[in-house]
Ligand binder design. Structure first.
Ligand SMILES: [Zn+2]
Length: 248
């Protein structure tokens, strides 16, 4: 049985039996993987705090014949996000990042773009303590990488151009944007600021965005729409989303 070694980000961790943990992680070399960390619940576990959610680690694991779950052999911490979870809003955002990544990526398919996106967004939240922008960026790019981004350029119903100076409307059921003429009651509004932010985010790295031009409210509108698109794709509600507070 060959040992795999990879950089990884811990996505979820569940107790398993008396002493073990079931871990879902995003490895750089093999994509999303689930495995067992034997003895990880013991107080003097060799895993220490390396298996906390979003820990950025180097991990060693074995694949086992005829088994879905790998065996996690060893784990070394590269960077911890534990402190960032202490702030409520940051913790909710980080929880959404891990749940979304876990939900949208297939098993054992490496995706360097998703790996880098998750790490970039988590580091931003940890560094700034301001999760709104990172959440909008993370959800927008997750949707884009998944191939589910609705057209930001034209109304899905009449085909008319969606201009940068007018709001657009998002239909959850169609997972598409519509113009002011085609809108129906109950659709989410995407303000001019939010669509400008989306266009900006698709062409720039998170750390190159000008925060001043993207109000938290516009970022939140964008996240709400992108989380709707993600829930539409995975065909269920995200649990961590329920913890998001209403925008001020
Ligand atoms: Zn229209």
């Amino acid at each position: 049985m060959p040992v795999h070694e990879s950089e990884a980000i811990i996505l979820q961790s569940y107790p398993l039996g008396e002493a073990d943990r079931l871990i879902s992680f995003l490895s750089r070399s093999m994509g999303r993987v689930r495995g067992v960390a034997a003895g990880a619940r013991r107080t003097k576990s060799r895993f220490g705090s390396t298996l906390e959610r979003l820990s950025y680690v180097r991990i060693w694991f074995f694949e086992r014949p005829q088994r879905d779950l790998v065996r996690i052999n060893q784990c070394e911490l590269i960077e911890s996000f534990l402190d960032a979870f202490r702030d409520y809003a940051s913790g909710v955002a980080l929880g959404i990042f891990s749940e979304v990544t876990e939900a949208v990526l297939p098993d054992h398919e490496a995706s360097d773009a998703n790996f880098r996106l998750l790490l970039l967004a988590a580091k931003w939240v940890k560094k700034t303590g301001k999760p709104e922008l990172a959440m909008a960026y993370f959800t927008l790019w997750t949707v884009k990488l998944g191939g589910w981004l609705p057209s930001l350029e034209a109304c899905a119903r009449c085909g008319k151009a969606l201009t940068a100076n007018q709001p657009a409307y998002f239909s959850r059921s169609a997972s598409a944007l519509m113009c002011g003429n085609c809108r129906v009651p109950g659709q989410r509004v995407i303000s001019v600021a939010a669509s400008a932010a989306a266009r900006d985010m698709l062409t720039k790295r998170l750390d190159c965005l000008d925060e001043q031009t993207i109000p938290p409210r516009g970022a939140r509108e964008l996240s709400d729409v992108m989380l709707d698109v993600i829930e539409h794709q995975i065909d269920r509600k995200l649990q961590s989303r329920e913890l998001l507070e209403k925008p001020a």
